[in-house]
Design a protein around this ligand. Structure first.
Ligand code: FES
Length: 592
């Protein structure tokens, strides 16, 4: 391949970006201060075309998730570890030429470096720390600054350790993964494990001298193997890392090529679960350790990282390793949809069994109660859904995130079913539900509950939100509506509503089961969390008690003796109390 004419230089104005396809490659051309740059038109994050982004001065911002690059050198600004693949470009006779197969000018590896060995590092915080660690650990090091990258050379042998880098950074450093990202090339033969990287002059390495020094069986990489890092990075970060880790973790997966060089072979995609000591289940694979930021922080510095720092890491609900907890039902997307398909079919059958005659047969008094309770029930239902989604979003492990997300989906299912039933009632009672929002906002029976839900919606601490929702609000809410109001429906001759609520309540039982086992795991791991949880329950319980009591007029209207609501209230209180005692033991906290 060779340089291809792409565009008349006069058509590419200063500050312009254009996309072209050249020899099967998507190319981004940028002109800045008279200089033309050519990069692969692909964001290093998830591959979105950078030509759709925004260029402000020399800063190119990807439209998708706002990763930013310095177009003068192709290196990342935010995150600093990112880098773009750069193509050779020239302007001759008023035409811009690009060669997509020429080596990137910034990582060209052709200079004569004698017996010097060591990495080429891109400019970023981690790269500087690696550089400094190499300086400290090796007696003689040459540093060659080359714009966006730095070549490090030590005579015949160069090494760096994770510990030295962490000492400099003052934080943990994911040695192999980070080094792969920040090292587009290196000179010499490289050996790498979790704690140490060593580059040796090839003749020494071939003689086995290095292996006998370390006494370890490291996987090996060869000079010129590193450009394939860029290839893997182009294909996507996870694959890139897992492909590389394959050889690094197993060691024995390296194989000889015909030229006597060693290659790395690919490892299973769930290599990160190797410490389970067993074959991972579908649940393990689909739900484990997907929040990389919980251990290493966010790659991109954005205001949201402070939010997580404060309301997730800063929460007083603590556990040393949240990943030790798993959903007792081991719910995956596949099992969830399979299970809910059956439940949905059951509820659909009940709803379909309702004809006009059924609704005409309901007493006006009961229809009025439904108008006051069933129609506005969508609003708190949406609130519960949003709080569950927030807990999932803020959770420190993907097991929790996924459980909370399915709970949010259950809440949405409940809202949809209520809305469907409401629409059915409107066929025979056209005004049904027309004032539902007004009822939710003004009717005294709803106001204590509305206050709680709206407060919970702005309870940012994920631990407090979890405790207040799962252990105080929902047990009372679900029992009040799904059980006690369902019974009231049956007493009013509305059996179908009772049966629908019974089915929806099966979801609620799982909400209690997963969150109960989660909180027990946290308390077992970090007993200091127990008084914190108790404090939150003490704070929220009296409000929930008031919210439940506010529904007395509804029960008294349908069953006037007054004794029915007293019984219902007592059952709701005992239900919540028993649930909490099963998790935390007996408590003096006022019952709900
Ligand atoms: S794809 Fe560019 S920032 Fe995510």
């Amino acid at each position: 391949m060779a340089f291809r004419p792409i565009i008349a230089a006069a058509e590419l104005w200063d500050g312009d970006m254009i996309a072209r396809r050249v020899d099967g490659q998507d190319v981004l051309l940028v002109r800045l201060n008279g200089v033309v740059y050519a990069y692969e038109n692909r964001c290093a994050h998830q591959g979105v075309a950078l030509s759709e982004g925004r260029l402000d001065g020399y800063v190119l911002t990807c439209r998708a998730h706002h990763w930013q690059y310095d177009v003068r050198v192709g290196s990342g600004i935010n995150p600093a570890t990112a880098c773009l693949r750069r193509f050779a470009v020239k302007v001759e006779d008023g035409t811009v030429f690009v060669d997509v197969n020429a080596p990137s000018p910034d990582v060209r590896d052709t200079e004569d470096v004698g017996d010097g060995v060591g990495p080429v590092l891109i400019g970023c915080q981690g790269g500087h720390a690696v550089l400094e660690a190499i300086r400290r650990l090796n007696p003689s090091v040459e540093i060659h600054k080359r714009g966006s990258y730095t070549r490090v050379l030590a005579p015949r042998r160069c090494m760096v350790t994770r510990r030295a880098i962490e000492d400099i950074l003052g934080q943990s450093f994911d040695f192999r993964a980070e080094l792969e990202i920040m090292m587009p090339s290196f000179k010499g033969r490289m050996r790498l494990d979790d704690d140490e990287a060593v580059w040796t002059f090839e003749d020494d390495a071939m003689s086995g001298a290095e292996a006998s020094k370390t006494g370890r069986s490291h996987p090996e990489m060869i000079p010129n193997a590193m450009p394939s890092f860029n290839d893997r990075l182009r294909r996507g970060g996870d694959e890139a890392i897992s492909t590389f880790e394959a050889g690094a973790v197993t060691g024995g997966t390296a194989s000889q090529t015909g030229r006597g060089q060693k290659e790395l072979t690919q490892k299973r995609t769930y290599w990160h679960l190797s410490d389970l000591g067993r074959k991972p289940t579908d649940y393990d694979i689909a739900t484990s350790r997907m929040h990389y930021w919980t251990s290493r922080g966010f790659e991109v510095k954005a205001p949201v990282s402070e939010w997580y720092e404060r309301y997730q890491r800063g929460s007083d609900l603590r556990c040393r390793d949240w990943d030790q907890w798993g959903d007792p039902r081991q719910t995956t997307y596949t099992t969830y949809t399979t299970m809910q398909r059956t439940r949905e079919a059951f509820v659909s059958g009940l709803l379909d069994s309702i004809g006009d005659d059924y609704d005409r047969g309901l007493s006006p008094q009961w229809v009025a109660v439904l108008d006051r309770v069933l129609a506005p029930l969508r609003y708190p239902g949406h609130g519960l859904q949003m709080v569950a989604a927030y807990i999932g979003k803020m959770a420190p492990s993907t097991h929790i995130t996924i459980a909370a997300t399915f709970q949010a989906a259950d809440e949405m299912r409940r809202v949809q079913r209520i809305a469907y039933r409401m629409r059915q009632l409107q066929i025979t009672h056209p005004e049904f539900g027309s004032k539902a929002q007004h009822t939710w906002q003004d009717d005294p029976i709803w106001q204590p509950l509305r206050e709680i839900i709206e407060t919970l919606l702005v309870t940012w601490d994920w631990g407090e939100a979890l405790v207040a929702l799962q252990f105080v609000l929902k047990p009372a809410f679900d029992e009040l509506f799904m059980t006690q109001f369902g019974r009231l429906a049956r007493a009013a001759g509305d059996d179908v509503l009772d049966r629908i609520f019974f089915s929806l309540n099966e979801d609620c039982a799982w909400h209690r089961a997963w969150s109960g086992s989660l909180i027990q795991t946290a308390i077992r791991d970090t007993p200091e969390s127990a008084p914190v949880i108790e404090g939150w329950i003490e704070n929220w319980a009296p409000r929930i008690s008031r919210a439940v009591s506010a529904f007395r007029p509804i029960f008294d209207e349908m069953l006037p003796s007054g004794a029915h609501f007293a019984t219902a209230l007592s059952e709701i209180e005992q239900f919540g109390q028993r649930y909490r005692e099963s998790l935390f033991g007996p408590s003096d906290v006022s019952s709900v």
